[in-house]
Write a protein of this length. Structure first.
Lengths: 219, 219
């Protein structure tokens, strides 16, 4: 059985090379780093957050990190995976993004009460290139599981970006809109509130809803 | 003048020790790592995203990374900082979180059109300990600038967590609600839509709104 990840915040001093030294200690303990965040990055205060699966005991790893001259303290914390869980990303025009968020947040609430961990993240954006860049960047966001495109007209480079991120395993829901993006999405939904609800249902383990089993993909 | 950060996605093989080897090369080039994400973490595919400020030329760093036996390819990409920018985090009950999101997303839209980069992230959650943990975890989220607590009753451990994250520099807005959280917040707002709008205004460089200059803190 795989061990659960532990969360660590390491307070250190210095700037360049801090991460290299910390990851050296973690590698010696055969720790598998599943997530990292640089929290502060000043010469007087370098704070780094790690999620690590450690095959041996975590105490030996903590002790060895504390032995490093650059390390001031090491805290054991709850993991972000445990707290914020799966992420639904909504992007597009402000009016529609807000309505999709209403549906997604209400539905996530119902699942989180039953033990799921789903968060709903949004960015209002305008412009083909900006949206295409943001769609591609979703593949670089940790814990992102589904993307909802909320607008009135999206196509061109955005369509190409949608096809790319779907190949990387992301579920893409599109509002029913002008442009070629609906043709490229997994699911097309006309009502923005329902689009948010369906995106959450599709990624929730507490829901009985599987996109692959739907008989139609436009609602 | 400080150089701008570059975004890199490194495709490698192996699991433990990958980050240690990559950061070793970056440290040799005196690269200052401002952000890292582990995108994939399988023996056959380790994908890591870095934002790095490199004092010298980026080409020499890219070449040296490509020389590592574990590295298959290195891509130069847009930084997440540039795309998603500052983050507003909204948490609490689903009904209120949705309404605050409506306000925050609409307001972020207006600023993003003028060149800002603000995203609005939410998580519906219930329970004192879960909320307190999530408040504390905001300090471990990259690019988080303001937190909005949206509920009807919050106090106890959540209040303690609010005071902690404020000391770490986070702006905290609370809805006007029962419990002690409003006493601990920077700003207390009764209308959830306005709470979202004010949180965005407070972090936008494109807005003329400074919490410290307000003559009252309850609206």
């Amino acid at each position: 059985m795989e061990n659960a990840a532990i969360g660590l915040v390491v307070h250190a001093v210095g700037r360049t090379g801090v991460l290299h030294q910390l990851t050296g200690v973690i590698a010696r303990h055969e720790g598998d780093i599943t997530s990292v965040e640089i929290l502060d990055n000043w010469p007087a205060e370098a704070r780094t957050y790690f999620e690590i699966v450690v095959p041996g005991g975590q105490e030996a790893l903590l002790d060895d990190l504390r032995q490093l001259p650059i390390v001031r303290s090491v805290e054991l914390v709850n993991t972000l995976e445990k707290i914020y869980g799966k992420r639904i990303i909504i992007m597009g025009g402000g009016a529609q993004v807000g309505q999709v968020a209403i549906g997604a947040v209400s539905e996530a609430d119902r699942h989180n009460i039953r033990g799921e961990h789903i968060s709903v993240d949004t960015i209002p954006l305008v412009g083909e290139q900006k949206l295409a860049d943001a769609v591609r960047a979703v593949a670089r966001l940790p814990r992102a599981k589904a993307l909802v495109l909320a607008g009135s007209l999206m196509g061109g480079e955005i369509e190409a970006a949608v096809r790319e991120v779907r190949r990387q395993g992301l579920l893409v829901v599109s509002l029913n809109m002008a442009g070629s993006v609906p043709d490229a999405a997994d699911l097309v939904v006309t009502d923005p509130v329902q689009a948010g609800v369906m995106a959450v249902m599709a990624v929730a383990d507490t829901a009985k809803f599987t996109v692959e089993r739907l008989k139609r993909r436009v609602f």
